[in-house]
Write a protein that binds this ligand. Structure first.
Ligand code: ADP
Length: 613
């Protein structure tokens, strides 16, 4: 899915890029074209102006020099004599020397004097091999213009030197009559320094469109448009361009048409291949020439290419930057969304956790309540079991109390009789006995009252002297033991053995075990119950055995289970409660077979040291 998006994005960006490229290319091409044309026109104008200025320097010279009277002598001699004398020939030489001097001063190529028929009488190059002296130039337009009083200006290849030159001529007057022509030939190589424009081609063409000066050598002495036969004849007659064929460079029919297209592209031969050019031209009115500037179109292509390259680079960078920005933004958004989701999840989880925590707290509270209730129930159970034991002992208690009460009654009745006989001493003795018996009854009641008291939990002393507990338990059952004729065998009871257990609950366990033993011994011959107390450094062990019927394995497994009883009136709670009490004090209550037959219960409890609480 993402890839499809990316692909679409790439296509769109590439499409936009291509459109922009095309628009930019078009605009750049036109802009460069316009700029090139403007620049070209400007340069061509500059060139024209410079060229004009150069030509101006020479245009006036022939007129001024023609007035020099020293030129008249050779001309007059020429018109007068058929054959010049020696002195007259010297006169020609003197004039030639003068012309040589002028040419040197003015920087002209050649200055020469022609007679009325166009023959050179004197020339600055008179001493050179290609001297003009004696040669006739009557066919040259500059001569023909000047001899009829005009000012001749003419570009041509030198007939003798074959050097390109510009000819300025002026008539020489004698008494208002034209008797000759003075001509100055300027070597156009003098003006070559003005062509400093490397990035354009130029050409100078005469009024017929023949290029006689150009930065492109292959264009030289070619016409821009095809020449008419008359034009050709005229040019050949003046021998202006020697024998050059003057073939046309373009297919334009007329020069005017060519010039009208001068700011358009045109194809011209350039250095052995065809090339397109933007053209600009300027007419040089005085010289009668046209100067053309050509700028290769591929220069514009170069700019377009450069612009496109730069644009592509910038566009690519821009696209990359946008992509990167977009990706970063998308990533940030995704991250923010993820964060939000995460936060919501955390809030949800936290709420769940808080709820769970609350539920757990409620459960713990509930558990604590249940525990408290259980503890309460357990202590009530213990109490109930104790009261049940007391209930079972009630007959024995009754009997125990009845005995002293009966004795007290006997002593009272006796005392009444002794009082009648006024035997006061005996009465006093009886009363002592009654008081003693009363104390005995109070003691018995107090003992059961203490036993029946509800345990107070941790507030009661946890440092119970085991011997005291054993004594209290046996005392409670003393009467019953005697009644049943049971012999009680109690081992030595060291007073320093203590356990970390509640005294009353511990006593309750002992009473339970002893009472069960008494019940088990019912109807047995020579019934016996034994109590043994043993202790080492850490543990205290109390063994209570009897020589009753004992228990089989199954019974032994079940006796600590609630409500297990083999007795008709039994509750089956005594051993269960006893087991739990000992367990609560980190001890153990177990049952085993007594070696002499019968059952043996073993209580094991951690020993409480002197300094322990
Ligand atoms: P109950 O005395 O109400 O039956 P107990 O939990 O005290 O409940 O005793 C459970 C059972 O354990 C008794 O019913 C009896 O079968 C058996 N038992 C307990 N002590 C002895 C003993 N010393 N000799 C034989 N059986 C015993």
């Amino acid at each position: 899915m993402i890839n499809v998006h990316k692909f679409k994005y790439l296509i769109v960006m590439a499409g936009i890029g291509s459109l922009l490229c095309a628009a930019l290319g078009y605009l750049t091409y036109h802009q460069v074209g316009r700029h090139t044309t403007e620049k070209l026109t400007l340069k061509v104008n500059q060139l024209g102006q410079k060229l004009d200025a150069q030509l101006m320097r020479y245009s006036k010279l022939p007129e001024v020099l023609a007035r020099d009277p020293r030129l008249l002598n050779p001309l007059l001699i020429d018109t007068a004599a058929v054959l010049p004398s020696e002195s007259e020939v010297d006169q020609y030489q003197t004039t030639s020397e003068l012309l040589e001097q002028w040419a040197s001063i003015l920087g002209a190529d050649t200055i020469y004097l022609l007679n009325q028929s166009g023959t050179t009488l004197a020339a600055s190059n008179w001493q050179q091999a290609d001297s003009f002296v004696g040669h006739n130039y009557g066919y040259r337009p500059y001569f023909r213009d000047a001899i009829i009083g005009g000012k001749g200006q003419f570009f041509a290849l030198g007939v003798r030197s074959n050097k390109r030159g510009y000819y300025f001529s002026s008539p020489v007057y004698h008494q208002s009559e034209i008797i000759g022509v003075l001509t100055i030939k300027v070597d156009l190589s003098l003006i070559e320094d003005i062509w400093q424009y490397e990035d354009l081609e130029y050409a100078i063409a005469d009024p017929f469109g023949v290029i006689f000066y150009s930065s492109e050598p292959s264009w030289l002495y070619h016409a821009l448009v095809p020449l008419t036969p008359q034009q050709k004849t005229q040019i050949f007659a003046s021998r202006q361009y020697g024998n050059a064929p003057l073939t046309p460079l373009t297919a334009y029919r007329e020069l005017a048409t060519f010039q009208q297209n001068n700011i358009n592209q045109m194809t011209l031969p350039a250095q052995d291949h065809q090339a397109s050019f933007v053209v600009a031209s300027r007419d040089m009115v005085q010289a009668g020439w046209t100067i053309y500037g050509f700028s290769p179109v591929n220069a514009a292509y170069r700019y377009v290419l450069l612009a496109l390259l730069m644009f592509s680079l910038i566009y690519t960078l821009l696209c990359l930057a946008i992509t990167s920005w977009w990706q970063t933004r998308s990533a940030q958004q995704a991250l923010a969304q993820l964060n939000d989701r995460l936060e919501q999840l955390v809030i949800k989880r936290t709420n769940n956790l808080l709820e769970s925590n609350q539920r757990l707290r409620d459960t713990v509270k509930q558990y604590e309540l249940s525990q408290a209730e259980l503890k309460q129930t357990q202590s009530e159970l213990i109490q109930a079991a104790k009261l049940a034991t007391l209930g079972e002992l009630s007959a024995s208690i009754n009997h125990e109390i009845n005995q002293p009460l009966a004795a007290m009654r006997t002593y009272s009745e006796n005392s009444r009789k002794l009082l009648a006989k006024q035997r006061y001493e005996a009465v006093a003795s009886n009363l002592d006995e009654i008081i003693h018996l009363n104390q005995t009854v109070a003691d018995i009641i107090a003992r059961f009252k203490v036993f029946a008291r509800k345990a107070q939990g941790s507030e009661t002393s946890n440092r119970t002297v085991v011997a005291d507990a054993i004594r209290a338990a046996t005392t409670l059952l003393h009467n019953k033991l005697i009644k049943e004729g049971i012999i009680l065998r109690v081992s030595e009871l060291p007073p320093d053995i203590r356990v970390n257990a509640d005294a009353i609950q511990f006593e309750q366990v002992l009473v339970n075990l002893l009472h069960n033993a008494i019940q088990a011994l019912a109807g047995r011959q020579q019934p016996q119950i034994g109590i043994q107390l043993q202790a080492d450094r850490d543990w205290v062990e109390v063994r209570i055995w009897d020589n009753g019927p004992g228990m089989d394995a199954e019974q032994k497994q079940q006796i600590f289970t609630p409500f297990f009883t083999t007795k008709d009136d039994g509750l089956g709670l005594g051993l269960t409660v006893s087991h739990r009490i000992i367990d609560a004090f980190s001890g153990q209550l177990t049952v085993t077979d007594h070696p002499g037959g019968g059952a043996e219960f073993v209580i094991t409890l951690p020993r409480s040291t002197e300094d322990s609480v």
